[in-house]
Design a protein around this ligand. Structure first.
Ligand SMILES: [Zn+2]
Length: 298
């Protein structure tokens, strides 16, 4: 039993804590670009909820490492400017899409993807889900995923090709969080945000956000690519992050099972869901408690 637990634990941790091959900033014509320092595979088996604004844990980031995320797009007047700013600095980010916006502007979704960014999901019409009946809330989530997938890959399916999700207004509840975890979807919170839902000048937003980033030192940064003030601020923000010695981490989904050798960590939780022998079920219980702490009890 002890050996089985150790093996499961080792596999599970390896899967999430080992970043994919780090790619140094390779920015043609811009040797001083901020760049993307490395990619990090994020897996619901080991980090089901990340971002200390609402959850106990965040991504395994080193000091001065940031993950940039943009919510609520795509939006035709602002998202292209955000993409230009990211491209100019060779920075890869994650966009959490609103499905009805993806429906309206699928070409921008495809551009985000083509330029190497990760595509996460943020419901269809951005309602607050916390007090909605579970089935209705999940239908809203699924409709969003399906419309994002349709824009991206031409197929409206409820299984996200990148299993990253953020609740609108961070309004989650335990049954919904459990559903996301069971489906292998990572729920992103944030560690720092620009409060860009409040109108302010780009300069004021820049100073506010930099002060907050310096305070937390690392983590997931939440911005909105639908906001003109954010789109205008972004080039200066990226420059200033470079000057202050920050580096950018790009979060990506685990590679498909066919690309992972048998027995690696991605199999831990599918295995746990289908384990039939009582000794195997017990081992899975131990692993879940050790990895997720209090979550495991639920
Ligand atoms: Zn939102």
């Amino acid at each position: 039993m002890r050996a089985a637990i150790a093996a499961l634990l080792a596999a599970a941790f390896l899967e999430t804590l080992s970043p994919a091959a780090a790619s140094a900033a390779d920015c043609p014509g811009r040797p001083d670009a901020l760049g993307t320092a490395r990619t990090l595979v994020v897996n619901a088996a080991t980090t089901p909820r990340v971002g200390r604004k609402h959850f106990p844990d965040t991504l395994p980031l080193a000091d001065k490492e940031l993950v940039l995320t943009f919510d609520d797009g795509p939006w035709p007047t602002t998202t292209p400017k955000v993409l230009e700013a990211l491209k100019a600095e060779c920075v890869r980010a994650t966009f959490f899409l609103v499905g009805r916006n993806a429906d309206a502007h699928p070409q921008i979704v495809r551009r985000e993807y083509a330029e190497g960014h990760s595509i996460g999901h943020h419901t269809y019409s951005h309602p607050l889900l916390a007090h909605m009946p579970l089935a209705k809330a999940e239908a809203e989530i699924d409709r969003g995923i399906a419309r994002d997938e349709l824009a991206l890959h031409g197929v409206a399916r409820r299984e996200p090709s990148t299993p990253f999700f953020r609740f609108p207004g961070f309004a989650s509840n335990q049954p919904l969080l459990d559903r996301m975890q069971d489906r292998g979807i990572v729920v992103f919170g944030a560690d720092v945000w620009a409060s860009d839902w409040n109108p302010m000048t780009p300069e004021a937003e820049l100073q506010l956000l930099l002060a907050r980033i310096d305070q937390v030192g690392r983590g997931i940064v939440l911005l909105h690519d639908t906001k003109a003030q954010t789109a205008r601020m972004l080039p200066k923000l990226l420059r200033e992050l470079k000057v202050r010695g920050y580096s950018i981490v790009h979060v990506v989904q685990p590679p498909p099972p066919s690309q992972i050798e048998a027995g690696r960590g991605h199999r831990v939780f599918p295995f746990c869901r289908t384990a039939e022998k009582s000794s195997a079920k017990q081992a899975c219980g131990h692993v879940r408690r050790l990895i997720f702490g209090s979550y495991a009890a639920r």
